[in-house]
Design a protein around this ligand. Structure first.
Ligand SMILES: Cc1ncc(COP(=O)(O)OP(=O)(O)O)c(N)n1
Ligand SMILES: Cc1ncsc1CCOP(=O)(O)O
Length: 522
């Protein structure tokens, strides 16, 4: 059964003047691949009639029909299957009542539900609610995009299909699909949708849009899985130098929502690299800024603009712009942890950058501790494996800073050895890395969207351009410039180091980067 676009009906949501059967037929014409009749307010006779009429239409389009909750109705109309919630008829009882071959789907909100569904041998699970929704009063917690991945991983090795449900619409669909892939590479088989189709005056185009997004994303996912990109040191260094040139030629806008401690020096570092900073925080301007080529940096060192962070990130994903997230001091307070989780469930970061303490807190690891915004101790026993797994889990490039910097896209791990101790003696050196990474990612994005490249070919992506090279470029630019600054005879301590660092970023030459960068591909 193809569950890729699973329409769950909602007659109560029909727009004025729209007939139910007309709406269902248009949805089927738009490419719905499975239909579930969900009647929460009808008596048995009305439910039966609606199910019968719906079945005729579904058969016309050769689309399977599932009945929500009611085994008797499913049997009466010989539906293709039933969907059961956690408080509905238990699966083992339903199995005794249903003929073999009739599909059984179950709602799952947590790992216990998934384990039970596997034990019961269901055909598919509906994981939800992934996002907030007004269609149903939720009695279980919202799972969030990242929570779906761990439930999917539990299905590894089974034939049970999985769809996500709750708040899926044309704005959230790509984020849902991309962010829910498990670390083992298990993806959703489909999306289940009520209001985006049922409440639409044009259900055909609503369904078509969702179907196009789903198919484009799956195609991109399959292509990516089939192509292993192998990096060598020369390719990386040359890629970084190319991005430096793009930044200086194209002067991208680097929108930064950052903390009060580093705002000025971050803006100056951006300018020194050849890009254009804007330190804007009002939610009213987030949409306009997202339309300008460049990148977005969200640094929550002093979290006061959470709503703007949420909006800016959503718009950046929509515009396929790089989004660099610097979860400063995320382990320091419960508020920071909850906020980071909320942000990461809402938008997809292209790069997450942090020190070992911050990265440990994000990964719920106790191996490295933090004190406020600083990491304490000697770091991870196996930083390469840690960073690779974190990148895989968060579906982005991960950068872990320190005396040695580690960068991974979840496959390749790159170790960078240009770190200088004096960087730790100025405030906000980690934040400056974030700024430089955002600037180089902007360069990577501009390179990928340069005239001559077809923007239509990668419509399924949340970001365009090579974010691994962008992240490495940002780290190298800052650490190589720091090396140059630290060697200067006019630098006597941290006070003279900071302006010298900005100077060295300003003067940074491709040949300096090429000769000094200490890059190791693992
Ligand atoms: C595909 C899919 N997944 C989950 C649900 C929710 O079912 P349930 O938990 O039984 O809640 P109600 O739909 O009965 O309100 C679903 N219907 N479909
Ligand atoms: C039935 C159901 N189960 C979990 S969320 C939900 C409603 C989904 O509706 P919508 O697609 O309109 O958010």
């Amino acid at each position: 059964m193809d569950l890729s676009l699973y329409f769950v009906t909602g007659r109560e949501l029909l727009p004025p003047g729209k007939e139910y059967l007309e709406s269902l037929e248009e949805a089927l014409q738009g490419g719905v691949t499975a239909v579930q009749i969900r009647e929460k307010n009808s008596d048995t006779l009305e439910f039966l009639q609606i199910a019968r009429q719906s079945k005729i239409l579904c058969m016309k389009y050769n689309v399977p029909l599932i009945i929500n909750d009611r085994i008797d109705i499913a049997l009466a109309i010989q539906a293709n299957g039933v969907h059961l919630g956690q408080t509905d008829m238990p699966v083992h009882v339903a199995k005794t009542l249903l003929p073999t071959g009739m599909v059984i789907g179950v709602s799952c909100n947590n790992m216990d539900h998934v384990r039970k569904a596997i034990e019961d041998g269901v055909d598919y699970i509906g994981i939800g609610a992934v996002w907030g929704t007004t269609t149903k009063e939720l009695t279980n917690p919202i799972i969030g995009v990242r929570g779906v991945g761990s439930l999917l991983q539990a299905l590894d090795g089974t034939f049970i299909k999985a769809v996500a449900i709750g708040g899926i619409n044309s704005s959230t669909v790509l984020r849902t699909l991309h962010g829910s892939v498990s670390p083992s590479g298990h993806r959703l088989d489909g999306i289940a949708v009520v209001s985006q189709i049922a409440a639409s005056a044009t259900p055909r185009s609503a369904a078509q849009r969702l179907k196009d997004s789903f198919e484009a994303w799956v195609h991109g996912f399959d292509v990516q899985n089939q192509t292993v990109q192998v990096y060598d040191v020369e390719t990386i260094k040359n890629g970084v130098v190319e991005l430096l040139q793009v930044i200086r030629d194209k002067n991208p806008l680097i929108h930064q929502i950052t903390n009060v401690v580093v705002t000025n020096q971050s803006a100056n570092a951006t300018l020194a690299l050849g890009a254009s900073p804007i330190m804007a925080t009002a939610s009213e301007e987030m949409h306009d800024l997202s339309r300008i080529p460049g990148a977005l940096l969200i640094n929550f060192g002093t979290i006061t603009d959470k709503d703007s962070m949420i909006l800016a990130g959503k718009y950046a994903n929509e515009a396929q712009k790089p989004l660099v997230f610097d979860p400063v001091g995320v382990g320091a307070t419960q508020f920071r942890k909850t906020t980071a989780s909320e942000l990461l469930n809402t938008w997809q970061a292209s790069v997450i950058k942090g020190n070992p303490g911050e990265m440990a807190a994000l990964a719920n690891s106790k191996e490295v501790q933090a004190k406020g915004v600083d990491s304490v101790g000697s770091g991870f026993a196996d930083p390469a494996s840690f960073i690779r797994e974190l990148a895989k889990k968060e579906r982005c490039v991960a950068v872990m800073t320190g005396p040695t910097d580690w960068v991974s896209d979840g496959t390749t791990v790159v170790k960078l050895d240009n770190g200088r101790k004096i960087l730790g003696d100025i405030t906000g050196s980690g934040c400056l890395v974030g700024t430089c990474v955002a600037t180089f990612c902007a360069g990577a994005s501009l390179l990928a969207t340069a005239p001559g490249t077809n923007p239509g070919t990668e419509s399924e992506k949340l970001v365009r351009g090579n974010m691994l090279i962008g992240a490495i470029g940002g780290v190298l630019a800052l650490t190589v410039a720091a090396e140059c600054a630290a060697e200067r005879s006019d630098v006597h301590g941290s006070g003279t180091f900071l302006p010298a660092l900005i100077d060295e970023l300003y003067k940074l030459k491709p040949e300096t980067l090429l000769s000094r960068a200490k890059v190791h591909v693992l």
